[in-house]
Design a protein around this ligand. Sequence first.
Ligand code: A2H
Length: 253
Amino acid sequence: EGVQPQDYTLIKMEVMLPFPPKFKTLEGRKVFLAAATLRPETMYGQTNAWVLPEGKYGAFEVNDTDVFILTERAALNLAYQGFSKTPKQPSCLAELTGYDLIGLPLKSPLSFNKVIYALPMLTILTDKGTGIVTSVPSDAPDDYMALQVLKAKPAFREKFGVKDEWVVPFEIVPIINIPEYGDKAAEKVCLDLKIKSQNEKEKLAEAKRLTYLKGFTDGTMLVGECEGMKVQEAKSLIRTKLIETGEAVMYSE
Ligand code: A2H
């Protein structure tokens, strides 16, 4: 962990009804996968959520109505930031693994795709954020590569019980223009660097650096309320709006 606290936006991705059997104890609640992001302005372009199959997650009571699914570590941090039913004390209603989350249909804020699905990503870290990541393949090289592999490899989908219809229909949504990289920056940079898989850690880190830097300094919003605005300006406006409407919460670690 760095010395500086990292300020994330937790995106509340609502689990749609009916709940699967494992969620029996959650009936009657509003249940969310809580995804930690540094790029709230990209939420228009979500195509899916990522979970770690072998990861340990819990369903934690945030208040009388809302339940967040995330790692216990994140639940404890949140409990100290005002997001737990009992202050400083996470209350877990169900213990879950990533496998229990794969295939959940989700309704996520700002997303042009009205329903998206939780899918497996093997490189998720459980000691960062919430262990849940929202996927924006237009602007995140990690998301682009992971989605490419899932789309290209039926055997990989089968291994994790991923149905074709959770993946195949989801196209990259252009949401930000970067003069050097166009409207699908992550795809362009991954192709330019000839990245073949998520295992190419160094190249992927370089792709992330390039898109992240250029996106922030030179990017312009192509969609949404901030259409035409620079990403730099749009980011905090969109973050504030998501928090005011209750579709997201602040989280730092
Ligand atoms: B970002 P930092 Cl469009 N494991 O959100 C792996 N990755 C994680 C994670 C975890 N436990 N928790 C969060 N992340 C991802 C959007 C996005 C992100 C875009 C572009 C770049 C980008 C959509 N995915 O991040 O190490 C989340 O992906 C590149 C830095 O704390 C989160 O923001 O700096 C970002 O990594 C946080 O990474």
